[in-house]
Ligand binder design. Structure first.
Ligand SMILES: *[C@@H]1O[C@H](CO)[C@@H](O)[C@H](O)[C@H]1NC(C)=O
Ligand SMILES: *[C@@H]1O[C@H](CO)[C@@H](O)[C@H](O)[C@H]1NC(C)=O
Ligand SMILES: *[C@@H]1O[C@H](CO)[C@@H](O)[C@H](O)[C@H]1NC(C)=O
Ligand SMILES: *[C@@H]1O[C@H](CO)[C@@H](O)[C@H](O)[C@H]1NC(C)=O
Ligand SMILES: *[C@@H]1O[C@H](CO)[C@@H](O)[C@H](O)[C@H]1NC(C)=O
Ligand SMILES: *[C@@H]1O[C@H](CO)[C@@H](O)[C@H](O)[C@H]1NC(C)=O
Ligand SMILES: *[C@@H]1O[C@H](CO)[C@@H](O)[C@H](O)[C@H]1NC(C)=O
Length: 201
């Protein structure tokens, strides 16, 4: 595991920005094309949130979703991005092609509701490239939705996998939206409003 893994709260991330950016800026001159994925999971049409297009993940060529099901609930109280979800009933990976070594922000969005699957029942682990991101994760008792989990990960060039592992009790894991993009000051500041919801446990 030569890969570095930083699990910081967004709050800590913000506090450490000046130091963090000074090292990033040195690195960024070597980068030309930022890698980025903004994915509307389980969806067949793209959704735009705050100017950012979240691409539908049905039939995508640039990433693969693994063996899974698509569920939806189009009730008006659910924000459009979260009306669809991808459901895993067995351990399986979402995989992305990463073109350049770098420090990436990975965000997982969860919003529970009733659908063909009862997303409130989900209980699962999530790992990425061998690192545990979420353990015995459940949002049954969350007081607010969406629940957004954010990670700063050093990802090497090549295949990047996010593995969803349902617990034997629930046999259900899901995700509503995924973001993977190179960490740089523009995007971190753009997304600063997510800070409070990201820490909602
Ligand atoms: C969704 O957006 C992607 C990337 O911008 C584009 O290639 C694709 O055609 C769009 N799909 C739909 C269904 O609009
Ligand atoms: C990415 O990092 C690996 C080692 O971690 C190195 O072998 C490879 O050359 C790097 N690739 C680029 C494009 O910098
Ligand atoms: C969508 O959610 C609402 C409220 O939770 C629920 O009453 C409804 O049955 C759900 N729709 C589907 C198709 O499951
Ligand atoms: C997660 O759940 C498994 C199975 O119920 C249990 O053995 C394990 O101790 C739990 N781990 C944590 C960190 O809660
Ligand atoms: C959710 O809350 C109920 C009632 O407070 C509690 O019995 C249950 O263990 C909680 N479930 C989880 C997954 O935390
Ligand atoms: C989830 O992770 C915990 C802690 O590593 C582990 O005890 C549990 O067995 C894992 N659950 C599954 C279904 O792999
Ligand atoms: C940060 O990301 C934005 C959006 O992709 C891009 O326009 C900008 O050039 C990037 N900045 C650096 C320093 O890489």
């Amino acid at each position: 595991m030569e890969m570095l893994h930083f699990r910081k709260s967004l709050f800590q991330l913000c506090l450490s920005l000046p130091l963090y950016f000074s090292s990033l800026l040195l690195l960024s001159s070597a980068y030309t094309v930022p890698d980025k994925y903004f994915i509307n999971c389980g969806a067949s049409s793209n959704t735009t949130v705050n100017g950012q297009v979240f691409v539908a993940d049905s039939n995508s060529l640039s990433f693969s979703t693994g063996k899974s099901e698509e569920v939806r609930n189009t009730s008006a109280w659910i924000p459009e991005l979260y009306q669809t979800a991808r459901v895993y009933r067995q351990p399986c990976s979402y995989s992305f092609e990463i073109d350049q070594n770098g420090t990436y922000i990975v965000r997982l969005h969860f919003f529970a509701y009733l659908s063909r699957a009862n997303l409130y029942d989900a209980l699962f682990n999530v790992s990425a490239s061998g690192f545990s991101l979420l353990t015995n994760f459940s949002i049954r008792n969350s007081s607010s939705f969406p629940v957004i989990k954010e990670y700063l990960l050093t990802i090497p060039q090549g295949k990047f996998r996010i593995q969803f592992i349902p617990s034997q009790d629930s046999s259900l894991a899901f995700v509503n939206a995924i973001e993977v993009f190179l960490a740089n000051e523009t995007r971190i500041i753009d997304y600063a409003p997510h800070v409070s919801s990201a820490r909602n446990n």
